[in-house]
Design a binder for this molecule. Structure first.
Ligand code: IPM
Ligand code: MG
Length: 364
């Protein structure tokens, strides 16, 4: 059995970090016998430059035909003035929508070696292991009508629409509850039900769907409070389930608890667990091409790909253990560097993970 993986390096640091993740997958093939066929295509700004659009048909075709997708990052300042439909971000949002990748899993796990790299006190973040389940193909990101219009008095008005159907809420609820059953069975649904009708319905559907999961303890929290609780006492959470935009914001916040946004992977799944895997950080144009990017979020995304879409749990465990061993050996990219550690570049970090994988494979 050969799995076909679509690879989209994208923009900025995307190509550098994806290069390291494919290095790790290459090593996996050589030591495990899992056969992966990687095929790359353009997306985002890189695709716009070559083809005039951020998600060319060839890229979408490849994504559709692959078993799973690995993506780096999209976007950059040179494309910010483009028409909305041509922006790099549309490439990413287009993939999410076209493939119906509605369930976005964003784990925030504190690696014990990096406790010192967090801006929060060690006792607040030590042992942190939370999972944000973000609805990814609905809400204000996709709601219509949207746009900028000119009013009668000549003033311009921007508008977007926050909209969720019951069925959209129900399916992300099931997603969150099922995953929580494999964890600590606590789900906190985050909304703004005190102000927004749309999330009043969200709360209602979450509550009624939870009746099918009697072992799940469901709680509700307003998003402003959730943001505060995440930095005050993040360990109170197990699984957080929330809307597209709240999830976007809260997952950056959760990422920083773990020391660096450069550490966090993500999975975006459809109803049959086919998925796209990407680091939660962006294209970081300011450090692109300078070998300063942390490839671990992308490498850990590749591990999630093996686990969630291919069902290759042992291979996923191997990569995750190799990442821990690499950190134990003291290597650190600049974003997670602390005194006494060895600062390394992007490729050296990838090499350290590969070396750790080989060592694990060679040990009896
Ligand atoms: C993310 C990113 C994207 C989002 C951008 C790049 C469109 O911030 O995946 O969190 O807002 O969803
Ligand atoms: Mg984001």
């Amino acid at each position: 059995m050969t799995y076909k993986i679509a690879v989209f390096p994208g923009d900025g640091i995307g190509p550098e970090i994806v290069r390291e993740a494919t290095k790790v997958l290459g090593c996996l093939t050589s030591i495990s016998g899992i056969r992966l066929e990687l095929e790359s295509e353009l997306i985002g700004g890189a695709a716009y430059e070559q083809c005039g659009e951020p998600l060319p048909a060839s890229s979408l075709d490849l994504a559709r035909s692959a078993d799973a997708i690995l993506l780096g990052a999209v976007g950059g300042p040179q494309w910010e003035s483009l028409d909305y439909a041509l922006r790099p971000e549309r490439g990413l949002l287009g993939l999410r929508a076209e493939l119906d990748l509605f369930s976005n899993l964003r784990p925030a796990v504190m690696h014990s070696q990096l406790v010192g790299a967090s801006t929060l006190k060690p006792e607040v973040v030590e042992g942190l292991d939370i999972l944000i389940v973000r609805e990814l193909t609905g809400g204000i990101y996709f709601g219509r009508p949207r746009g900028i219009r000119v009013l009668e008095n000549g003033e311009r008005e921007g508008f977007n629409t926050l909209v969720y159907r019951e069925s959209q809420i129900r399916r992300i609820a099931h997603s969150a509850f099922r995953i929580a059953m494999k964890r600590n069975r606590r789900v906190c649904s985050v909304d703004k039900a005190n102000v927004l009708e749309c999330t009043e319905l969200w709360r209602e559907v979450m509550t009624s769907t939870a009746r099918e999961y009697p072992e799940i303890a469901l709680s509700h929290m307003y998003v402003d409070n959730a943001a505060m609780q995440l930095v005050r006492a993040p360990k109170q959470f197990d699984v957080i389930v929330t809307t597209n935009m709240f999830g976007d914001i809260l997952s950056d916040c959760a990422a920083m608890l773990t020391g660096s946004i450069g550490m966090l992977p993500s999975a975006s799944l459809d109803a049959s667990a086919k998925g796209m895997y990407e680091p939660i950080h962006g294209s970081a144009p300011d450090i692109a091409g300078r070998e300063r990017a942390n490839p671990l979020a992308t490498i850990l995304s590749a591990a999630m790909l093996l686990r969630y879409t291919l069902g290759e749990n042992e291979a996923a465990n191997l990569i995750e253990r190799a990442v821990r061993d690499a950190l134990d050996s003291g290597v650190r990219t600049p974003d997670i560097h602390s005194p006494g550690m060895l600062e390394v570049g992007t490729a050296q970090m990838g090499d350290a993970v590969v070396k750790a994988m080989r060592k694990i494979a060679d040990s009896p």
